[in-house]
Design a binder for this molecule. Sequence first.
Ligand SMILES: NC(=O)C1=CN([C@@H]2O[C@H](COP(=O)(O)OP(=O)(O)OC[C@H]3O[C@@H](n4cnc5c(N)ncnc54)[C@H](O)[C@@H]3O)[C@@H](O)[C@H]2O)C=CC1
Ligand SMILES: O=C(O)[C@@H]1CCC=N1
Length: 271
Amino acid sequence: MTESGGQTAIIGAGVMGETLLSGLVRAGRRVDTLLIGERHAERAKELEERYGVSVVSNREATARADTVALVIKPQDMADLLAEIAPELRPGQLLISVAAGITTDFIESRVPEGVAVVRAMPNTPALVDEGMAAISPGTHCDESHLAEAEALMGSTGKVLRVPEKQMDAVTAISGSGPAYIFFVVESMIEAGVHLGLPRASATELVVQTLVGSAKMLRETGTHPTVLREQVTSPGGTTASALRELEVHKVRAAFLAAMEAARNRSRELAEGS
Ligand SMILES: NC(=O)C1=CN([C@@H]2O[C@H](COP(=O)(O)OP(=O)(O)OC[C@H]3O[C@@H](n4cnc5c(N)ncnc54)[C@H](O)[C@@H]3O)[C@@H](O)[C@H]2O)C=CC1
Ligand SMILES: O=C(O)[C@@H]1CCC=N1
């Protein structure tokens, strides 16, 4: 990450823009090296008050920054690029986190020589457990990629992937937290159906998730082996897992992630 002097602009400070902003601040980045472009005045005021960060016009943010993170919806990307293109210069780094938007899409709308990185972060970055992937565009050199890696790495892990894998990455780790929260919600509801107080069901499920996640990361053991360790012959887990198979949960996950991958591809077409 640029340590001194270099300004970083974040254009679009919604859920993911604030996640990135707060992560940089937690990582020790000086607020006076950050600039925000945010079109909703109320939201801009909220961020100024919460972080003491300067909110300026998108064009001013672009002109003053060495690195510009684009954190707006894919559907708004073409208009934003048209707005900021006059301020962009060769060597500057643009990092887009927009689902589906390719480096080609961006490069064809900005001056020749602007370095573009496509990134896909996720919301656990809010607690410094993010998983981001990055892919370089045509004019990126190692220093640009390292800068993007440092920026995303301030809130978690970063993986470099070929851009052709980005729609799949989006379907897995970008959208992934939502699938996990959906499973958690479903298990809590089931606990309530089984007669547990909601607070107890919530505590049981959340700690089970955290413990299972920690086992996966800390033991490095394959999930199949970890699942088998829980599944006593003729026991309760085997009965539950049979129901999950009967209800085609595995197939449903595959179909869901294919749908997310396909939607990411469609977003590149502007729909
Ligand atoms: N929410 C998530 O978990 C993830 C989101 N992303 C990507 O991040 C991007 C933003 O998503 P969210 O933060 O969820 O959306 P959001 O709707 O919460 O935030 C977008 C923000 O951009 C602002 N905005 C829109 N157009 C603007 C413009 N022209 N100039 C300045 N500000 C503008 C909006 O006022 C809003 O505050 C999307 O492209 C999405 O694909 C990527 C990974 C994960
Ligand atoms: O749902 C979306 O389109 C964004 C991209 C990945 C997570 N949220």
